[in-house]
Design a protein around this ligand. Structure first.
Ligand code: SF4
Length: 318
């Protein structure tokens, strides 16, 4: 497939730019750095994120396919207590593995069968040593492209960019990426040799910030300054066909203003603007004029009082 087919093109030094140039080569480093720093500052803690054991990671991935993540934690711990290594699992009775799956309500039992079969393959065909590439991992029973890539990334730091529903939602909203361009754009965004951290980070972004109902400011999304959706207020996505209520709308910004003014006696116009949106620029599209307009609405509704003084404009709750 050509670059043009994919809606991306190679930029200098291997940087890739989406079709509408919403990620320029120059910005690529900053986009990467922002996401990795955000992830490393804070993220949800799952026990499989603390290990690079491919067996433990494979078990977590297979369990997560059908089960709420919070419930997976205890099942995963019990499973590894019972069968701590791939050799232990391969030596187990298949009926015991299936019974475990049922007892812990982990979804389709054939996943337990496949997992047991994959363990047997690793012991018999690979001498108990896990394959390390996504392609080889896909030869294991029940291991599809997504799972193979996840294990290669999280166990061996050797994967490609993960593209799942969450990642598609993020790329669509942030950089206007659409069908045909997800894989190449996700791959171009990922720094070389860093699939472990990067894939965890972008999946975390889709999980805690850019969910169906996005939490851009609440979660401190590191991509706000580049994000198309954040700038336009259109938060639809492939799996969110209609605009999620509230977030991004004019109503949302009115709510932010009222909340902020509730915490302050009064605020100067630009200080308020910078606090309610990361892309506020006094003379820009989302600047003083835009903010004055919102404040006028709030004033007409009797919520806010605007005062124009020699040293500028301030707002306070009425
Ligand atoms: S700013 Fe909001 S919509 Fe954009 S990527 Fe971040 S969480 Fe998603």
């Amino acid at each position: 497939m050509t670059d043009a087919d994919e809606g991306v093109s190679d930029g200098p030094a291997g940087a890739v730019v989406t079709a509408d140039a919403s990620v320029s080569s120059a910005e690529l480093g900053a986009v990467r750095e922002a996401l990795v720093s955000w992830y490393e500052r804070d993220h949800r803690s799952f026990p499989w994120r603390e290990t690079d054991d491919p067996y433990a990671i494979l078990v977590s991935e297979v369990m997560s396919q059908q089960t709420q993540i919070d419930r997976v934690v205890s099942a995963w711990e019990s499973f590894l207590d019972r069968w701590p290594t791939v050799d232990d699992l391969a030596a187990a009775e298949r009926s015991d593995v299936v019974a475990f799956w049922s007892t812990h309500a982990l979804g389709y039992n054939n996943r337990a069968t496949y997992l047991h079969e994959a363990a047997t393959q690793i012991v018999d065909a690979y001498d108990g040593v896990f394959p390390k590439t996504p392609d080889e991992l896909q030869s294991l029973m029940g291991v599809g492209p997504y799972t193979a890539n996840a294990v290669a990334s999280f166990a061996f730091n050797n994967g490609n960019a993960v593209v799942d529903t969450n990642v598609k939602r993020v790329l669509y909203r942030a950089f206007d990426v659409t069908d045909g361009a997800y894989e190449p754009t996700a791959g171009a965004l990922m720094p070389d040799d860093d699939s472990r951290t990067w894939n965890n980070a972008i999946m975390e972004l889709g999980g805690v910030a850019c969910g169906k109902k996005p939490r851009c400011d609440e979660a401190g999304c590191p991509w706000r300054e580049w994000c198309q959706a954040y700038q336009t207020g259109d938060f639809t996505a492939p799996d969110v066909p209609t605009q999620p209520s509230f977030e991004g709308s004019r109503r949302q910004f009115r709510g932010r203003i009222v909340r902020l003014l509730g915490d302050h006696d009064e605020m100067e116009l630009d200080a308020l603007g910078h606090r309610i949106r990361v892309d506020y620029t006094p003379d820009g599209e989302y600047g003083r004029e835009w903010l004055r307009d919102l404040l006028s609405d709030l004033a007409e509704d009797g919520l806010v009082q605007i005062e124009t003084r020699d040293d500028g404009v301030t707002a306070r709750l009425r």
